[in-house]
Design a protein. Structure first.
Length: 365
């Protein structure tokens, strides 16, 4: 980190603290908006999209067809990580993050205007698929870029885990806001939620995009990228370069996250369908349960980040890995009358290990 200290040393200590604080806030607000956009689809799909876009299918088959569109967003994420990692390493982290915010936010806003099957037939599902792919590309570029942006403003490794934990708060915060928005839409529309109330949360995203854009336009480029430009060390194809130099670190980090990401997404996508088919609990009760899960993760993420600074990333990550097995009994617990609480946690332990230079081109965690 000596080179980073040299660059940061060009500004005063007070100014650096101020810019670090702005960078962390901008990253956290941005990831919150992006995850709100991405997770909102997982909340609305089992409630609405099966019947709206595939009404001629059996109810369960219609939901599965809607989830096939949900899957398209995950296909787009590594593509987005590659595209915006490349441009982030060549044109700057700030420019890439502004682009991902606009792409994801505007595509989410557009979902609220997609006509159903009764209006334009199967073309509604086709349009939704295209929008979902665009949304996934935006999220793929956003997540890694936001973590990197915060990390590159850190002067030393001493608090890197804690600093990079804050953008991870976008996951539970986005989950919280997505469920709150659906609750608001449900309260406003009542029995008309299926007809038009589900569109309200998607329309609300445009307000969040405006706030995030205002914040990100006011931040400075990271000291690390400015140093790379000053030293004329910008790679022509950064993504290929990082894979050539550090393939092991990229792929190990990517697959290490699979164990924590997969159960969370399965639970979030599964719980509403399972409730509709088996438990038949009130919709608002399940939404509230997921809000509680988001609040729990909101507290634990910065704690985990601070602990990783004290005990080490790898050691803490290995200690926390066994609790992934708890998601199976949690799902089983829902069969006995409770909605359960899905745990959604992003690990600063893995993400703070990315190399500073050309790190934007690493795979989307």
């Amino acid at each position: 980190m000596a080179a980073v200290d040299t660059v940061v040393g060009a500004i005063s200590e007070d100014e650096h603290r101020r810019e670090l604080r702005k960078a962390v806030i901008a990253s956290t607000v941005g990831t919150t908006i992006e995850w709100y956009d991405f997770l909102l689809y997982s909340v609305v799909t089992p409630l609405v999209f099966g019947k709206l876009f595939f009404p001629k299918s059996e109810p369960l088959i219609g939901v599965l067809e809607a989830f096939a569109i949900y899957f398209v967003g995950f296909v787009g994420r590594p593509i987005g990580a590659f595209i915006f990692g490349h441009f982030g390493d060549r044109m700057g982290r700030k420019a890439a993050l502004i682009a991902t915010l606009l792409i994801t936010g505007l595509s989410t806003f557009a979902v609220g205007f997609v006509p159903g099957y009764n209006s334009i037939g199967i073309w509604g599902a086709v349009i939704l698929t295209v929008i979902r792919m665009i949304q996934g590309i935006g999220v793929g570029g956003e997540w890694g870029g936001s973590v990197l942006f915060s990390m590159e403003w850190a002067k030393t490794n001493k608090h890197r885990g804690f600093i990079t934990s804050w953008p991870q708060l976008g996951g539970p915060a986005g989950l919280f806001l997505a469920n709150m928005a659906v609750l608001i839409g449900s309260a406003i529309a009542g029995d008309q939620f299926y007809a038009w109330g589900w569109r309200i949360p998607f329309w609300l995203s445009i307000i969040m995009v405006a706030i995030g854009l205002y914040i990100r336009l006011g931040i400075l480029e990271t000291p690390v990228f400015r140093r790379i430009v000053a030293e004329e060390r910008v790679e022509r194809v950064p993504a290929i370069e990082v894979l050539r130099r550090q393939p092991k670190q990229v792929f190990l980090s990517m697959f290490a996250r699979t164990a924590e990401q997969a159960p969370a997404y399965i639970y979030l996508a599964f719980v509403f369908t399972y409730n509709n088919q088996v438990m038949h609990l009130p919709r608002d009760f399940v939404l509230t349960s997921l809000i509680c899960a988001g609040l729990l993760s909101f507290v634990m993420i910065p704690v985990a980040g601070a602990l990783s600074d004290r005990f080490g990333r790898k050691r803490l990550h290995h200690r926390l890995d066994p609790d992934r097995a708890l998601w199976v009994p949690l799902l089983r617990a829902t069969e006995h009358g409770g909605a359960g609480i899905g745990r959604y946690r992003h690990h600063p332990v893995v993400c703070s290990t990315r190399p500073n230079v050309r790190a934007a081109s690493g795979a989307d965690c």
